[in-house]
Design a protein around this ligand. Sequence first.
Ligand code: PEP
Ligand code: MN
Length: 338
Amino acid sequence: MIIIMHSHVTDEEIHGVETKLKSQGFEANVSRGIERTIIGAIGDERKLHKETLQALPGVEQVIRVVKPYKIVGRESHEADTVIDIKGTKLGGKTIQVIGGPCSVETQEQMDLAAQHVANAGCRLMRGGAFKPRTSPYAFQGKGVEGLKMFRQAADKYNLPIVTELMDVRQLEAFLEYGVEVIQIGARNMQNFDLLKEVGKIHTPVILKRGLCATLSEWLMSAEYIAAGGNHNIILCERGVRSFENAYRNMLDITAIPVLKKETHLPVIVDPSHAGGKAWLVPALSKAAIAAGADGLLVEMHPVPCEAWCDADQALAPDELKDLMGELRGIAQAVGRDL
Ligand code: PEP
Ligand code: MN
């Protein structure tokens, strides 16, 4: 950590900072320049609170030199993390498209959805049994019964399942039904107690970006999971709130290369919740793959206009199949396959 002192700093103030650093177990390296005095704090700066130094007399600015995220940062682990989901690899050369409905509705809907997901060439399936809805009067999901329907439908096609966990009390059922990937939704990105719980198990976790979370906040949430021992984390960009209201959320394509630089974790994109309209999904999906995403999370419903949730953004089965074909070309152009 580097501490920059005010231009008219006194010896007493410099001494005050040195004393504080020493009391915290740090070495202080004082460098007196013509204009400014700079103090370097030597030690594990993650254990040092920036605020306690910032508040000392004579201190102008405190700058961190190492990233606050220890485990998920590229600095600590250079190679890309590849997550093995029942033999399907996410984060490697092959791009994975996770397809399926917004929510689990009926056994028939899930059976048809699984058939179409497999037929389109996707190797993983999505579907929410517990739904985070803005209104308490809207359909809240089928709950445990939904997990059962999902399991039965997906097993017929050997598709690992991806489904959202909203509350730790649901975790037992998730483990009982062998959910292969747990999704932590945008609204729970900073539910730290929930993050700690999924950190204690080894099931892969898709951590969606919060509605207005910075990349640093998002990576710190991933760090919560990793700190508990679960390193199987996939980040999912799903658009952020912005001033624009012509579409649902603003897809942050820039986040993809930035995350790739900052972290070794796989990065996927959800074009459905970003655009909010089915017609926008192909363009956003192509942009995501071209920018370096490792996969996509796409909503598809056997009959979109009958979907109980997010009907506007669901692709029809044929549209998902066509999209997979188009994405194959983009993947090849960027040295990947699908
Ligand atoms: C979802 O994927 O079903 C979902 C609710 O997404 P988000 O948390 O990104 O809104
Ligand atoms: Mn949805």
